[in-house]
Design a protein around this ligand. Structure first.
Ligand code: SAM
Length: 195
């Protein structure tokens, strides 16, 4: 498992190495933040599996933090009628996402926002969160994620939260490789934690 995660991580890191020069960025910062994650799309078969794992329904509000081309939120809207919010730091990805939303005809259900996914103010509105981000991002998000609304489902592709054991782990054979998928359900807080 560690080897596959390592391979997935290396693929993302390799993509960073190839893509940053194309963006004219030599350093470790992009869009004013530390950039350790760039765009590697989740294959559509894996997108569908992630939505199935979260048992997405019409009443859900699905956030994709680092939404890339917006297919995750667009698919949740098209297939299940769920609302969606896609957040990405890269203006090119925002353009891609808006195009996906338009092409899929789900503009009434899906909002695409440009910004830092670690600074989303209304994340407590999410009932489902989708992630395909590298370990440093997962580590920064972990504490906030644990304190979201009880019952919120979080599904991550390839990279889990470092200190929060997933409730469900799945190995999913995609067209090109096997993917590690993780799901957490935010637990009810104990009475003393609520005070
Ligand atoms: C590996 S891609 C995943 C894309 C999409 N979620 C998917 O699974 O197909 C990661 C995305 O996160 C975006 N990203 C990286 N850091 C970010 C940040 N701090 N805030 C928002 N988006 C970010 C990148 O621009 C990229 O589109």
């Amino acid at each position: 498992m560690r080897t596959r995660r390592l391979v997935g991580g290396l693929l993302l890191i390799a993509a960073v190495a190839v893509t940053l020069p194309a963006h004219g960025q030599g350093g470790g910062k992009k869009f004013g933040i530390e950039c350790d994650i760039i765009y590697v799309p989740t294959e559509q078969e894996v997108v569908e599996k992630m939505l199935d794992m979260a048992k997405v329904k019409k009443k859900d509000v699905v956030y994709d933090l680092g939404c890339g081309d917006g297919r995750i939120v667009a698919t949740a809207a098209k297939k299940f009628g769920a609302k969606g919010v896609g957040v990405d730091i890269d203006p090119d990805r925002i353009k891609d996402s808006k195009k996906t939303v338009k092409d899929q005809g789900v503009g009434k259900l899906v909002e695409i926002r440009e910004g830092d996914a670690l600074k989303v103010k209304d994340l407590d509105k999410a009932t489902v969160i989708m992630l395909y981000m590298l370990p440093p991002f997962m580590e920064k998000l972990e504490e906030q994620a644990k304190n979201l609304k009880p019952g919120t489902r979080i599904v991550a592709h390839d990279f889990p939260f470092p200190n929060w054991k997933a409730d469900v782990t799945v190995k999913f054979r995609g067209p090109a490789r096997t993917h590690d998928l993780y799901m957490w359900t935010v637990p009810e807080r104990k009475v003393e934690e609520k005070k």
